[in-house]
Design a protein around this ligand. Structure first.
Ligand SMILES: Cc1cc2nc3c(=O)[nH]c(=O)nc-3n(C[C@H](O)[C@H](O)[C@H](O)COP(=O)(O)OP(=O)(O)OC[C@H]3O[C@@H](n4cnc5c(N)ncnc54)[C@H](O)[C@@H]3O)c2cc1C
Ligand SMILES: *[C@@H]1O[C@H](CO)[C@@H](O)[C@H](O)[C@H]1NC(C)=O
Ligand SMILES: *[C@@H]1O[C@H](CO)[C@@H](O)[C@H](O)[C@H]1NC(C)=O
Length: 486
């Protein structure tokens, strides 16, 4: 019986993929005809370089039918129109740093890659930064720093503009807000190929809100205009802080102090990230935390407990915004990466943080052969981060309480191209063991593809309405991998 079952299954798989290929082949031929062979490639050095270059090694497995390299919004309109007409699968990539499988890569489909659209400019008249989607945090900072301004982004210079569509958490977020909430205007190509400009105040305000946290579901953004943050030049050392390394013996005290910081740190000048290692449970250099304050010290009233937890080293100095942008590069070798999100309010006992961490340690020990690293990463989200918005509400929706966004981050061995099924099942168990505290949203940019991120948003109903309006046939959900729930 067994061989028969196998051959039936593989026959079915072959015909499903042949159908996908026919649609994507038709789309690629039509786009090639319209845009030419420089902008549409199905093989060769440029194609290979794109398909092989992803932060997470797992996404290098996918081979697109063709890769489209647009140089303008109208090129994206051409591509999207043909994809829509052919009924082809597709994916969009900007900085290629999201590890969710298939959200920025595609097998048997059209990949739109923004690597040829990297322009950045600053206008002192409007006090805004205009950028194309192919640029990175570091690219924007290099381009505008001399004007004494910055774009608010994330905490690693290599991250691309896809961050803006998921929210965007930075060290300076408590003061300047979510990265997405500094968007003034976006040019967006809808699924049908129509180009619109969306802002908080025009007829596309519902689309604008949905894009600010709705990830890749609501259209393809071809231009962002951001409100500039007046952060100074690279010589203006307006921040103080740096790296604190903690030994494994401090784990319980550190997690408890993190819970208190998440609850109590309301000064918008304070920011930080805590990477608590769940794979290194013995060494003197297990955990790494970065703390910053816009000022000349790390105030004891805010950071006192964290700094009094026994540490291995504390490396502090003054920093400009530019220095902080380039402090963490975050580019690794050929490692598969995996994120999983939860969110906790901080309380006195720290129980949620301790339980989550201990569950991750147990998971990591179960799969010690399959992993080279695992981290319980905490990003504090104080209420000031919502209050700072310059462009109204975002897709997420303010839950009305300080909390910590948690990322269960796994790192796989070099060149390992697949995730074992048993590990996936256990990871979903780990996530179900650690649901968000009631009412808290999951963070899109740090989620696992199995998670119901959109349904966790206080503003979920607004997103559902916007999706039904701007993609009434559900084309994006049917043909692109991304967050579930629409
Ligand atoms: C080392 C590292 C550090 C990180 N640090 C932070 C951090 O400090 N703060 C934080 O908030 N996040 C952080 N992240 C998460 C990061 O924000 C997300 O991975 C982000 O989505 C990456 O954007 P990208 O453009 O590089 O990636 P991509 O994978 O290219 O894009 C991300 C998603 O957005 C979609 N997309 C991209 N551009 C467009 C577009 N123009 N139109 C429509 N859809 C589009 C893609 O299809 C994909 O689904 C970090 C990630 C890494 C790897
Ligand atoms: C991973 O692959 C690269 C390129 O093929 C190779 O140079 C490297 O040695 C490999 N690393 C391991 C640990 O196998
Ligand atoms: C430890 O992890 C294993 C593998 O996922 C799981 O079966 C077990 O229930 C976990 N134990 C605890 C206490 O979480």
């Amino acid at each position: 019986m067994l061989p028969l079952v196998v051959s039936f299954v593989s026959l079915f798989a072959a015909s499903a993929s042949a159908q996908a290929s026919a649609a994507s082949t038709a789309a690629c031929q039509a786009i090639l005809q319209a845009l030419g062979s420089t902008k549409v490639q199905s093989s060769g050095a440029m194609y290979d370089n794109t398909a092989d270059t992803y932060w997470s090694f797992f996404n290098t497995v996918d081979l697109p039918t063709c890769i489209v390299y647009p140089s303008s919004a109208s090129d994206v309109q051409v591509a999207m129109t043909q994809i829509f007409d052919a009924g082809s699968d597709y994916a969009v990539r900007a900085g290629a740093h999201s590890p969710m499988i298939g959200w920025n890569s595609i097998n048997d489909g059209v990949l739109i890659s923004f690597e040829e659209m990297t322009a950045v400019s600053y206008s002192s008249t409007t006090d805004t930064i205009t950028l194309q989607p192919g640029t990175t945090a570091g690219g924007v900072e290099e381009a505008v720093e001399s004007f004494g301004v910055s774009a608010i982004w994330g905490r690693a210079n290599v991250i691309g503009s896809g961050l803006l569509l998921g929210g965007g958490i930075s060290f300076e977020g408590p003061l300047y807000g979510w990265a997405s909430d500094r968007i003034k205007e976006m040019d967006v190509v809808l699924v049908t190929g129509q180009l619109v400009t969306a802002s908080a105040t025009n007829e596309y305000a519902d689309l604008f809100l949905a894009l600010k946290g709705g990830a890749n579901r609501f259209g393809i953004v071809t231009r962002y205009e951001l409100y500039a943050a007046h952060t100074g030049t690279k010589d203006d050392k307006l921040w103080y802080g740096g790296l604190v390394v903690y030994p494994a013996s401090s784990t319980t005290a550190l997690l408890t102090a993190i819970s208190h910081y998440v609850r109590d740190a309301t000064d918008p000048n304070a920011g930080g990230i805590m990477l608590v290692s769940a794979s290194d449970t013995t060494s003197a250099t297990a955990h790494a935390c970065y703390f910053f304050y816009k000022g000349t010290t790390l105030p004891t009233s805010i950071f006192g407990e964290l700094l009094s937890v026994p540490s291995t080293s504390q490396t502090f100095s003054t920093y400009s915004f530019y220095d902080i942008t380039f402090l963490i590069t975050g580019d690794d070798g050929p490692n598969g990466q995996q994120f999983g999100a939860t969110a906790f309010v901080g309380d006195e006992s720290g129980a949620a943080f301790l339980n989550g961490y201990n569950n991750l340690v147990n998971f990591t020990q179960t799969f010690s052969e399959q992993l080279i690293g695992s981290f319980f990463t905490v990003s504090p989200i104080p209420l000031s981060q919502w209050a700072a918005s310059l462009s109204g509400e975002n897709a997420i929706g303010n839950p009305g309480v300080n909390y910590g966004a948690i990322d269960f981050n796994l790192v796989f061995p070099d060149n390992e191209s697949t995730r074992p099924a048993a590990l996936n099942d256990a990871f979903e168990l780990l996530l179900s063991q650690n649901p968000p505290s009631p009412g808290l949203p999951l963070y899109m940019n740090e989620c696992h593809e199995s998670q119901e991120v959109l349904a966790s948003y206080p503003n979920y109903a607004l997103l559902q309405a916007a999706y039904a309006k701007y993609d009434p046939t559900g084309f994006n959900v049917a043909h692109t991998k991304g967050p579930k729930g629409l």
